[in-house]
Design a binder for this molecule. Structure first.
Ligand SMILES: [Fe+2]
Length: 300
């Protein structure tokens, strides 16, 4: 059983910009570099959760999930194999890079690389935010959530529910927009999938959640002062109640910076359908910049 979103890895020619963007804009801690020069970023007791690797183009490299132990990773991996996909075990140098005991990885039907990891390293030194923030809401809810545009929404829905074990939270249907949201812990959704009119596969955004609305407002000020494009204005989502805005990161993907996400109790939860993604705000702007970030098509 997948417990939470553990980490995210990205390739980017502008990876070095994250040494300042991470701490100064997002309040993350710069947690040193990987062997390839990757910028590692920390937001809680985990050694690092966001890693921006050097790369020729912007692409999502891997999406890391936490499972309890190797037996759980193996059990999910065998369902992935039964689904007709190839699963591989991590090499020791990969474990050292990710700072986990191990992981099994595979590419999902849309080509995104997922890693089922166990034993994520926790740093002994306390988290030290890059700028004053009240802190990030993580713990058993993990890093945050990721939203993917998949090639085939019905196939994706079946795969994430039936093979990986994600639980449906709700669906948003608003004109051409159809998005499916899934929980694996108390966070309303750790994963959502959508379909673009072009049927393109894309990484739509990463969400990280703050402990205070003031942290979100302060980041909004910093984005305005620094001319960082706000791609979706401040607003509140209809389904998870998150008050957030979306900014354009140096690596071509959008980051949702939010507060106030809804907790779900899986035993009591009944999936719903909403006719709008947001109750107010969240107006799209800078459409020319919301270039969709593809996953890494390069052979692993
Ligand atoms: Fe989101």
């Amino acid at each position: 059983m997948i417990k939470s979103l553990a980490y995210l890895g990205v390739h980017s020619p502008d990876y070095k910009e994250w040494e300042r963007f991470g701490p100064e804009v997002l309040g993350l801690q710069h947690a040193g570099h990987g062997e390839d020069g990757a910028v590692r970023l920390r937001l809680d007791e985990a050694a690092h959760r966001i890693t921006i690797h050097p790369g020729e183009r912007n692409a999502i490299a891997y999406i890391g999930w936490s499972v309890k132990d190797e037996a759980d990773a193996k059990a999910i991996g065998s369902r992935v194999v039964a689904h007709g996909l190839e699963v591989q075990r991590s090499a020791p140098d990969e474990n050292a890079q990710r700072k986990v005991e191990g992981f099994y990885w595979f590419k999902d039907p849309s080509g995104f690389r997922h890693e089922l990891s166990w034993g994520q390293y926790h740093a002994v030194a306390p988290f030290h935010a890059g700028r004053p923030v009240s802190g990030f809401r993580t713990a058993e809810q993990g890093l945050g959530h990721v939203v993917l545009a998949v090639a085939d929404l019905e196939e994706g829905d079946r795969f994430y529910r039936e093979v990986l074990g994600f639980h449906p939270s709700d669906i948003v249907r608003d004109g051409p927009l159809e998005a499916h949201f899934y929980h694996i812990n108390g966070r309303h959704h750790s994963l959502a999938i959508s379909r673009l009119p072009t049927r393109e596969v894309a990484f739509l955004h990463l969400m990280i959640e703050l402990n205070s609305l003031d942290d979100v407002g302060t980041a909004h000020d910093i984005c305005e002062q620094r001319g960082i494009p706000i791609t979706t204005t401040l607003g509140r989502h209809s389904n998870d109640h998150m008050i957030s805005f979306y900014m354009y990161t140096p690596s071509g993907f959008r980051l949702e910076y939010g507060w106030g996400g809804l907790d779900v109790d899986h035993d009591l939860w009944i999936p719903r359908t909403y006719d709008k993604p947001s109750s107010w705000g969240h107006h799209r702007q800078h459409k020319e910049l919301t270039a969709l970030m593809m996953h890494d098509r390069a052979p692993a």
